[in-house]
Design a protein around this ligand. Structure first.
Ligand code: MN
Length: 453
C-alpha cells in the first residue's frame, strides 16, 4: 500500500500514543481549534489532533500533524539531527508520478450544483481573519506554455458553495503560470489536494526552479512513485490516496477582496484584490478526513523550515564547503554553523544565504562548536565572539517578504548579517570551560541519588 495520511497517523499512534489525541467532545471551528492547540503549546505538548465532533460539519478534522520536528524526522525514517540531510538526499532523486485507474479519492464524486464547500469545516483560525480558510490544500497547476506541473500550498478563503479566494504568492511559480494563462485570455485549471502524508507536504514545499516537478520530488521523498488518477474536470494528475480534492479554475481577469489573514509572521495582513477559484468538482473518500494546518503555530512553522533549511544548506555549502548546519529559528532568520578554515568564510556564508533565499533578513554565522538548535548557545556566541563595529553587516535595500510588516513599501527591506564566529579562528580563541571527560564518565547520577530518581 502506498503511504498516505492514514498510514502515517496509524504509525504515529502505534509508536507514540501520547503524541496522538482523538477528541470526541464537540469543538467549534470558530477559534476553538486554534485555542486548543495554543493551550497545549502552553503546556509544551504538540500531539496530532483528530477532532471527531466539529460543530456544523460531518467531517473529522485532523490538525497539528506537522507540529514537531521529531514527527517529520520520523516520516523521513530518521532523527531530528539528520532530517535535513535525509530530505536533501531523497529530494535529489525525484521519481515521476505513476497513473493508476482509480483510487480512494474517487469514492465520492460531486460535480456542478452538487458541490458545496460550506459542508466542509468552516475553520476560523484567528479573530483577525476575514473568514473561514482552508489552509492544508496543496494546489497543482500546469504551465499553460510548457505543460510543466507545479505544486505549492496556497491559502483558500471560503467565499461560497463553489468559490474560494486564492493567495498566489507574488512572483512565485503558480503566479507566473497564471500570468501566462491570463495573457492568452485563458483561465488556469487548478486541483486543490487535502489530506496527505507529511512527505507529500515536504515535497510540495521543496525550493527549486519554476519548471521543477514537485510531484516527482514527492516520489523521491517517498522512495516510490506518487500514484495519480485523472481529474474529473481538469487535466491535472490527482494524488489517488488524498482525502479530498477540489477541482476548479482561476478565471482570467477576475480579482476580489481577500484577507486579512493571520500569517506565519504573527501578523494579520491587510485585505487585497486577489485571484479566485471557481470550483467545478469535489472528489473524496467516503469518510474523508479534513486536514487543517494550524497557520502561524508550530504546525505551520516546523513544516516550512525543513525544505528551506535544505535549500540553504546546499547554497551555503557551495560557497563554504565546511558548512555544518543551518536552522531557521524564526521568520526571516537563519543560523548557520561552519567550520571556519580561514578568515572571511563567515562573510561568504552570509552572502550565500542572503542570495539563496529572498525571505531572509537576518543571518547569524557561528563556529561548528555551537549547536544551532540551541538558542542559548547561538545568543552566547553573539554575546562573546562578536564585536558589533566589526562583525555586523547591513545590506541597505533589497527584496524581502511582502508579509513583513516592517518593510517599506511591501517587501522592500534592509538585511543584516551577524558574524558570531571566533576571530581569527576558533583554535586560537579563548578556551571554553572544560570538565575532564574521564570525570564526566566517572560521575554517574545513579551513584549519587540511586537509580529510582
Ligand atoms: Mn514550484
Amino acid at each position: 500500500m502506498p503511504e498516505d495520511l492514514r498510514s502515517f497517523l496509524e504509525k504515529v499512534r502505534a509508536s507514540s500514543p501520547e503524541e496522538y489525541e482523538a477528541v470526541e467532545r464537540e469543538i467549534d471551528p470558530k477559534f476553538e481549534i486554534t485555542a486548543l492547540t495554543e493551550k497545549l503549546e502552553q503546556v509544551r505538548r504538540r500531539p496530532v489532533l483528530e477532532l471527531r465532533n466539529v460543530k456544523g460539519t460531518d467531517y473529522t478534522v485532523v490538525t497539528n500533524v506537522f507540529a514537531k520536528r521529531s514527527r517529520l524526522a520520523f516520516a523521513l525514517g530518521t532523527d531530528v539531527r539528520s532530517a535535513v540531510g535525509e530530505y536533501e538526499r531523497r529530494a535529489a532523486n525525484p521519481i515521476p508520478c505513476k497513473e493508476v485507474g482509480t483510487g480512494p479519492v474517487k469514492e465520492v464524486v460531486q460535480t456542478g450544483e452538487a458541490v458545496n464547500l460550506l459542508e466542509l469545516p468552516q475553520i476560523h483560525h484567528h479573530s483577525t481573519d476575514s473568514g473561514p480558510f482552508v489552509t492544508g490544500a496543496m494546489a497543482i497547476t500546469r504551465d499553460p506554455e510548457t505543460g510543466a506541473l507545479n505544486a505549492s500550498f496556497n491559502r483558500l478563503m471560503i467565499k461560497g458553495p463553489r468559490k474560494t479566494g486564492i493567495h498566489l504568492t507574488l512572483a512565485k511559480h503558480h503566479w507566473e503560470f497564471y500570468q501566462r494563462a491570463e495573457r492568452r485570455g485563458e483561465s488556469l485549471p487548478v486541483a486543490l489536494v487535502l489530506g496527505l502524508h507529511p512527505l507529500w507536504a515536504l515535497g510540495t514545499l521543496h525550493v527549486g526552479a519554476a519548471d521543477e516537478d514537485e510531484l516527482a520530488v514527492i516520489g523521491g521523498l517517498l522512495e516510490e512513485p506518487l500514484e495519480v488518477v485523472r481529474g474529473e474536470t481538469v487535466d491535472i494528475p490527482i494524488p489517488a490516496h488524498a482525502e479530498i480534492v477540489i477541482e476548479g479554475e482561476i478565471p482570467a481577469g477576475v480579482r476580489e477582496l481577500e484577507g486579512p489573514f493571520s500569517e506565519f509572521t504573527g501578523y494579520a495582513l491587510g485585505e487585497r484584490m486577489r485571484e479566485v477559484v471557481e470550483v467545478k468538482a469535489v472528489t473524496r473518500r467516503k469518510d474523508a478526513l479534513f486536514h487543517d494546518i494550524n497557520v502561524a503555530h508550530a504546525d505551520h512553522m516546523v513544516l516550512s523550515t525543513i525544505p528551506m533549511e535544505a535549500n540553504l544548506l546546499q547554497a551555503v555549502r557551495a560557497a563554504v564547503p565546511s558548512t555544518r548546519a543551518v536552522r531557521i529559528p524564526a521568520p526571516f532568520t537563519a543560523y548557520i554553523s561552519i567550520e571556519k578554515r580561514v578568515e572571511g568564510q563567515s562573510m561568504n556564508a552570509i552572502l550565500a544565504a542572503l542570495g539563496a533565499e529572498m525571505y531572509l533578513k537576518r543571518v547569524v554565522v557561528v563556529d561548528h562548536d555551537v549547536d544551532v538548535f540551541d538558542d542559548f548557545r547561538v545568543q552566547w556566541a553573539i554575546g562573546t565572539r562578536c564585536q558589533p563595529h566589526r562583525d555586523l553587516f547591513i545590506v541597505p535595500s533589497a527584496r524581502g517578504s511582502d508579509l513583513d510588516p516592517s518593510s517599506q513599501p511591501d517587501g522592500f527591506t534592509s538585511k543584516i548579517g551577524i558574524d558570531a564566529t571566533a576571530k581569527p579562528v576558533l583554535k586560537d580563541f579563548a578556551d571554553r570551560n572544560r570538565i575532564p571527560p574521564e570525570v564526566m564518565d566517572r560521575v554517574r547520577l545513579e551513584d549519587f541519588f540511586g537509580s529510582s530518581r
